[in-house]
Design a protein around this ligand. Structure first.
Ligand code: ADP
Length: 241
């Protein structure tokens, strides 16, 4: 039996499940550059879909505030900030609950990769500036920060790479856009050390069954491994093989 499918039917059958036409396991177009700021010790610039993020790293340097110092290791401080012009409606400048939370979880996600014992009584500052936001900025910030830390020459056990998964229209998908984040049923940002797959961040907003959670986690790891290749390429481009 021969089945004839008209172009219209073909379009309907093969209609992508996602608004922007991506496959469920497809990340948005991504670009990472290392070492683009002159004054910082390390820096990076990342674009992921409509996200544009700049990261500057300073240190390790002596912690001026004595109570910050640890006698046996360096301390990592992160500041995640969204520019007032980074979102559709002007964002009020300065920290808010969300940016304080993201700054804290970013430091926690990055810390396990860093060999901090080499720099007692020091501080490493990571400034993450979101110039344009389009969903998934906390993950993109962590991914970019890891490249900037490597660019600063901070000794690391591995890179840290992050990617969100979630549930949109009943389907588990990778790297949610702002639209999908808003309309979806769940959003799950994940950060890992790619070499041993150690999870350094796992947040979940929404409801997932146990099966969906496993699927989402596996997909997030797959996404992280893809993004890790781009991180490495960015560093290779700056420093050679
Ligand atoms: P993430 O950026 O990690 O996905 P959220 O889950 O909080 O963090 O999603 C916030 C997204 O909503 C941002 O990425 C951005 O695209 C969008 N957004 C729009 N307006 C604002 C705002 N005023 N503050 C924060 N996010 C905003």
């Amino acid at each position: 039996m021969i089945i004839i499918i008209t172009p219209d039917e073909l379009k309907r059958i093969s209609k992508p499940t996602r608004e922007d036409g991506r496959a469920p396991d497809e990340i948005r177009p991504i670009k990472i550059e290392a070492g683009i700021l002159e004054r910082a010790d390390g820096s990076s610039y990342l674009e992921l879909g409509g996200n544009k993020i700049l990261v500057a790293v300073y240190g390790p340097r002596e912690a001026q505030i004595k109570r910050l110092q640890r006698p046996d290791r360096a301390v990592i401080r992160c500041r995640y900030n969204m520019a007032p012009f980074s979102v559709e409606e002007r964002k009020r400048p300065g920290p808010d609950r969300r940016s304080v939370e993201i700054s804290k979880i970013t430091a926690e996600a990055l810390r396990p990769a860093l060999i901090l014992e080499k720099f007692p009584r020091s501080v490493i500052d990571v400034f993450i500036e979101v110039l344009e936001a389009e969903g998934g900025t906390r993950c993109a910030g962590i991914t970019a920060a890891s490249v900037a830390l490597a660019d600063a020459g901070i000794p690391m056990k591995d890179m840290v790479v992050a990617c969100a998964t979630g549930k949109v229209n009943g389907k588990i998908v990778l790297d949610l856009s702002e639209e999908e984040d808003k309309s979806g049923e769940a959003d799950m940002p994940v950060a890992i050390l790619p070499r041993n797959r150690e999870i350094t961040l796992l947040q979940s907003d929404g409801n997932l069954t146990e099966e969906e959670f496993k699927e989402a986690l596996n997909l997030a790891i797959k996404g992280c491994l893809k993004i890790n290749k781009i991180q490495k390429e960015a560093l290779k481009k700056k420093y050679g093989e």
